[in-house]
Design a protein around this ligand. Structure first.
Ligand code: ZN
Length: 254
C-alpha cells in the first residue's frame, strides 16, 4: 500500500485549470511523479490538471492521459491538500517523469456534473425562497446516479412544497442568469457572498473561490459549473427523505 500522504509531501501544488475554465476538455500537462500501487495501477501527479477530484459534493472526473510512449486511464482524481493525485490504469507503454502528455476528461460525465452542481446551488436558493431563510447544507452529491442535497432543518418539507421548490428553481433556470467565479480574500467573504449556506464553518483558506449566480446567490465553492443557468435544463425535484438533523432532497436535471 502506498502512503499517499507521505508520497505527496513536498510536491508542488497542482495548478487546477478546471477552477479557471470548467469547459477545458483537453490539456497538455507535465508528469511530475508517479508511483506503482500494484499490477498496472499507478498514482500520478502533474504540474496542472483538468481532472476535478471528488470534493465538495462533486464526484471525481474520469478520462485518459495520452503521451507519445504511454496511455493511462484515469479512474479517479484525489485531493491531498494542494496536490491532485490521479489514480488509474496504465493501458500500454510506460510512465516517465518530466514528459508532457495530453489529459482528456470524460466530457459527458463532467458536463452532466456541471449541470447538476449548478442545479444544487439553484436548489439552495429555491429552498431559501420556500422557507424564508438560508438553510445550511450537511452533505451533497452533485453526480449520477442519485443527486441530492442534505439540508439542516428541524422540519420535513411537505409533499406539496416540492412543486413550489421546483418552480422557484426552474424560474432561475429560465431567466438565463450568468454564473461567474472569482477569488476573494477572507476579509471580503461577508461582503462578496450572499444567500450562502455554511459560511460559519468554512475551512481556513488564504483565498476563497466564489461561484455567483447573478442575483441568486454567491457561494464559496471549488466545483465546476455551467456559465449560464439555461444550460442546467429542467430541474426535477424527485423526492424528500427525513434524516437526522434535517432532510435529504433528491433532484435531477432533465
Ligand atoms: Zn458548490
Amino acid at each position: 500500500m502506498v502512503n499517499l500522504y507521505s508520497w505527496v509531501k513536498g510536491k508542488p501544488s497542482t495548478s487546477r485549470v478546471y477552477l479557471e475554465d470548467s469547459y477545458v476538455k483537453e490539456l497538455d500537462a507535465r508528469v511530475l511523479d508517479y508511483v506503482l500501487e500494484k499490477g498496472n495501477k499507478y498514482y500520478v501527479v502533474f504540474d496542472k490538471t483538468i481532472f476535478h477530484p471528488r470534493s465538495g459534493g462533486q464526484p471525481s472526473d474520469t478520462g485518459f492521459v495520452v503521451g507519445e510512449e504511454f496511455e493511462f486511464e484515469v479512474l479517479k482524481a484525489l485531493e491531498f491538500g494542494e496536490v491532485i493525485v490521479h489514480y488509474g490504469r496504465l493501458i500500454n507503454g510506460s510512465l516517465e517523469k518530466d514528459i508532457v502528455a495530453r489529459q482528456l476528461i470524460n466530457w459527458n460525465h463532467r458536463y452532466h456534473t456541471m449541470r447538476l452542481h449548478t442545479a444544487g446551488h439553484i436548489l439552495d436558493y429555491a429552498v431559501m425562497k420556500t422557507y424564508g431563510r438560508v438553510l445550511n447544507t450537511l452533505d451533497a452529491n452533485h453526480g449520477p446516479p442519485e443527486s441530492y442535497v442534505v439540508y439542516e432543518a428541524g422540519f420535513l418539507p411537505e409533499s406539496r412544497d416540492l412543486p413550489i421548490i421546483e418552480k422557484y428553481a426552474n424560474d432561475v433556470v429560465e431567466s438565463s442568469k450568468p454564473v461567474k467565479t472569482y477569488w476573494v480574500e477572507p476579509w471580503e467573504l461577508t461582503r462578496r457572498t450572499y444567500n450562502a449556506p455554511n459560511l460559519q464553518r468554512l475551512p481556513a483558506r488564504d483565498l476563497y473561490r466564489i461561484v455567483e449566480i447573478e442575483g441568486i446567490n454567491a457561494i464559496p465553492c471549488t466545483g465546476t459549473h455551467v456559465i449560464n443557468t439555461r444550460e442546467v435544463g429542467y430541474i426535477k425535484v424527485a423526492r424528500v427523505e427525513r434524516i437526522e438533523n434535517g432532510f435529504k432532497l433528491y433532484y435531477n436535471v432533465l
